[in-house]
Design a protein around this ligand. Sequence first.
Ligand SMILES: Cc1ncc(COP(=O)(O)O)c(C=O)c1O
Length: 396
Amino acid sequence: MISERLKKQLSAGSQIRKMFEEGNRLKAIYGADKVYDFSIGNPDLEPPHEVSDALKELSNNPTPGMHGYMSNSGYESTRSAIAAKKSAESGLDIKSDAICMTVGAASAMNDVLHSLLDQDDEVIVIAPYFMEYNGYISNHGGKAVIVQTDDKFMPVISSIEAAITPRTKAIIINSPNNPSGVVYPSSLLSELNEMLKKQDHVVHVISDEPYIDLVYDGMTVPCALKYIDNLIVCFSWSKSLSLPGERIGYTLVSPKNEDYADLTAAIVLSNRTLGSVNAPAIWQRVIEKSLNAKVDVSNYENRRNLLYSNIIDAGFDAVKPNGALYIFMNTPEGLTDDKFSEICASKNLLLVKGSSFSRPGYCRLAFCVSESTIRNSRQAFFAIADELGLSHRASL
Ligand SMILES: Cc1ncc(COP(=O)(O)O)c(C=O)c1O
């Protein structure tokens, strides 16, 4: 008999997965070029050449023990290189022991939550948010407390403060955000820090940063380490180096964090006992050799522009995202996101309901799909707008 908790999670299912299967079904009927599947955020750019160069160099020059166990926090040389990079970015003196190499951001988040949570502790999540957080939190006995953002998807500090209770252990922030694509300004991070300093117990901020390198319009993402004291960063190279299948990331505890010593030790222990033991050896070496590389972000920016134009020109509304891989469009007035996604699917256009991110009334479209898919989908957006009686803002 499986646990009641898992039974609930299984029956809730994943809407993103269902859409993925629906996409495959439609492609088999109509042909892949007639289906516009914006449901899955799977980075489709190839990793930059630094990654394959490093892999070749490693396989051509094997060293004894290179596939062996290591310290549970990862190779010292990899962690030192990351610490130096993050010190330069933040102006803080970050030591290698602040860092634990992990199996992607998902494992990083689980290590951190496992380290922080006792049964029924609360974690504030800011909607719309990546729904996997629910599983990560409940894995360790915690409860997600949802706080909504404003209509531009910016967190409202007073709403977060109102949700804090004696059981609040942490707040998860995610900028650039999945699914909204918004980037939080430094002023907001400072305001959050000031509010947290006034609380009568420590509330940690977990900054989930897999999209930090994917920003557009010449923007840079404010470094959360500069602005928030009790911070723990969770990072992965899934998006910035297009390596989601390889599973490599890290946790970083800020030197300003009041629980620094306990937390750094607890995270390494969690990494071991939750079953990762250590992050993949080869990928730690590759990362060390390609630390400053990233995918060609202009490619994603171009696709964002094309998809955003399709949405706006057809007559729909959306906040233009500054980062990540998604547009979170408004569903037209009077339609639920359920109904709207059904209408879109009838025109072979697949997206994910906002309810899947705890924000009904919107739908998420991932623009990590080919440029031709985005160009070909334009007529589908216009046909859906026609069916709903919306006025176009530009011609087809
Ligand atoms: C906001 C967010 N956090 C974490 C993750 C997990 O990333 P990883 O593949 O590094 O585990 C994702 C993946 O899509 C994500 O969108």
